[in-house]
Design a protein around this ligand. Structure first.
Ligand SMILES: *Cc1c(COP(=O)(O)O)cnc(C)c1O
Length: 362
């Protein structure tokens, strides 16, 4: 009996990408085995944290790394780390940040909602957020204006499909923070494959999700400078207690990082592109449907299929209402566009998606 049958759960086809309400990603058999081996065992958790730090440092080139519960937790704890450093009294005091520098500056166009607003993720630490620029644009001058003053704890940036407005030059933004002696944090939750690029901006801490493109159990990976990463880990004696990683998640992250290093990236990218091209070609055969292959706008080596269909909103609703429910990206239904991410789908699932599109559209 499958796990879905056993617990009366819907089997779904997820063409929506690394989407939290659908379980995000599929872990490999190797990662699943490592997790299963971890569950019945005891560990010295600090030792497990040290091994994870070494693994993250090795893969990313950062000085150190930490695993926290998820990326949202990483946001809260990274900000907390810039306020407390290694000071145990301050760590115990948060979220009361009255006697600490606690102003976080962030571009207004980087306020995003991945289920909750990242502003709340920052504020959970006790920090207060000051926004620079507006929703359409944040210049380096706008950032410098907000960074003025002695009470800034960090500059917070996001690299994501969700951000709005003109893209910000992350390197120049990080430099502006450093000119004021302020550390910079980048949330690149869905950017695991680009983590080295994000660190190369000079950012002090970079946050990525384990469960998105790394395919580990739910976890947030923090990579960065040795002192700030230690300050993130030290939050476990404070607000981080409610955001701690499980033993099986840490083992799963280490196993997934090992697989990532061993596997043939070029071949994977070529195979995934071939899958997307074949799907687009097949979908374009459906009457009055046009299909296009679009690269990821943030520079991930991931392509998606953009379908132009009449009445896209109805098509998406019918895809979700069928058996099995099929989920696609619907941010552009107003323009009669549907976007599909195919990475986690096998050949049978792709055939089902195409058959259902034929049935709905003809
Ligand atoms: C998904 C996402 C998050 C949240 O990640 P979790 O690991 O689910 O907490 C944070 N920031 C951005 C930009 C995201 O895309």
């Amino acid at each position: 009996m499958s796990i879905h049958e056993r617990y009366r759960l819907s089997v779904v086809i997820n063409a929506k990408g690394t989407f939290t309400p659908l379980g995000v990603s599929r872990s490999s058999d190797g990662v699943a085995t490592a997790v299963a081996q971890a569950l019945p065992e005891f560990f010295v958790m600090d030792e497990l944290g040290d091994r994870a730090s070494e693994a993250i440092a090795q893969v990313t080139g950062a000085q150190a790394g930490a695993v926290v519960h998820c990326t949202a937790a990483g946001i809260t704890l990274a900000v907390a780390a810039t306020m407390t450093g290694g000071d145990s009294r301050r760590i115990a005091a948060l979220p009361d940040a009255t006697d600490m520098h606690h102003r976080v500056v962030m571009p207004a166009c980087h306020v995003v909602d991945y289920g909750h607003s990242n502003l709340q993720g920052i504020r959970l630490s006790g920090a207060q957020v000051d926004l620079a620029g507006d929703e359409t644009r944040c210049s380096i001058g706008d950032l410098e204006e907000e960074l003025d003053g002695p009470d800034v704890s960090c500059l917070f940036l996001v690299s994501s499909r969700l951000t709005q407005g003109e893209p910000l030059d992350l390197v120049a933004a990080v430099r502006a923070a450093h000119r004021r002696g302020v550390p910079a944090i980048i949330d690149g939750a869905a950017q695991f494959p680009r983590i080295a690029d994000l660190l190369a901006t000079g950012a002090d801490l970079v946050l990525v999700s384990g469960q998105k493109y790394l395919g580990s159990p739910t976890a947030g990976l923090v990579a960065g400078t040795w002192p700030l990463v230690q300050a993130v880990r030290a939050q476990e004696k404070g607000i981080g207690r409610v955001m701690k990683p499980t033993k099986e998640a840490i083992i799963g992250v280490i196993a997934a990082l090992e697989e990532w290093q061993a596997f043939d990236r070029m071949k994977w990218e070529a195979d995934e592109l071939a899958k997307v091209l074949a799907f687009a070609e097949a979908a374009a055969r459906i009457p009055e449907v046009s299909a296009e292959v679009v690269p990821d706008p943030t520079g991930l080596q991931v392509s998606r299929v953009l379908l132009k269909v009449k009445d896209a909103k109805r098509v998406a609703t019918e895809l979700e209402a069928g058996v099995p429910p099929i989920y696609v990206m619907t941010d552009r239904v107003a323009d009669d566009e549907l976007m599909l991410e195919l990475i986690p789908l096998d050949a049978d699932e792709i055939a089902t998606v195409l058959a259902r599109l034929w049935a709905i559209l003809t």
